[in-house]
Design a protein. Structure first.
Length: 65
């Protein structure tokens, strides 16, 4: 294996929010991660991304208080 290959950088997502979305939509965490990365494109994926952004802001706001 060549050392020239670059590693794929993975994003870190807030696990509490991912689990909340899993419970809300009844989907797997894998599908939610794929939606957040942009690998999945559907109406549900777009809703997941929008909800994730809202919930992350709320979590950050609660932690800063």
């Amino acid at each position: 294996m060549s050392k020239d290959k670059q590693k794929k950088n993975y994003n870190k997502y807030v696990s509490v929010v991912v689990n909340r979305l899993k419970d809300k939509y009844g989907l797997s965490t894998q599908f939610i991660h794929q939606s957040l990365r942009g690998d999945r494109v559907s109406e549900t994926s777009e809703k997941i991304v929008a909800d994730y952004k809202i919930l992350v802001k709320e979590v950050e706001k609660a932690l800063l208080k």
